[in-house]
Design a protein. Sequence first.
Length: 216
Amino acid sequence: MSSPPISDEAENTGPWRPGTDLSTRFRGYLPVVVDLETGGFDAERHAILEMAAVEVRFEDSRLVPGERWDQAVTPYPGSQIDPASLKVTGIDPEDPERGDVAEAEAFREMFRRVRQAMKRAGCQRAILVAHNAAFDHGFMRLAYQRNDLNRSPFHPFSVIDTASLAAVAYGHTVLSEACHRAGIAFESSRAHSALYDAEKTAELFCDIVNRWQMLP
């Protein structure tokens, strides 16, 4: 399967050097950091309970986290929730104050915001950035199918996995420890909130990119 049509002009202009223009830095893709909190590990049957997304942008030649968005999600009909997962996340799906919305509505709002960010950055498509990205991508892919969401702004199969990047950059794949080694503050008591984890993943991703940019 081939990638979506994106210009390869930059590939034909000599040795590549990292730049600070989002429209070209990641080959026309806009990195969007996403985190999902779910009712278990099985994308085929467990519900999505929270989602969050963080944009990134260049500021004074450094990549930094930008706008943030998060949304509580109503478990889809027929889905399952493992009580052990709720103990880890602290989410109460029955809490009337959660402000949860249907899965399809949550994804459509995420798509709308991502497309706005793509337009601002001059990018042609978004690419999912996540810690252990295969997990989030698997849940998202099945949610698209369930809800007939055929126009996702994200690349259909390519992702950027910060767990893999952290293994190379810092010698560790666990988000909290990778952040610690990168000098990024991480409060374990706030972990397993979609927004908090997305924010920390975005900080980690930006730190790795910025360190790479400074290499000779």
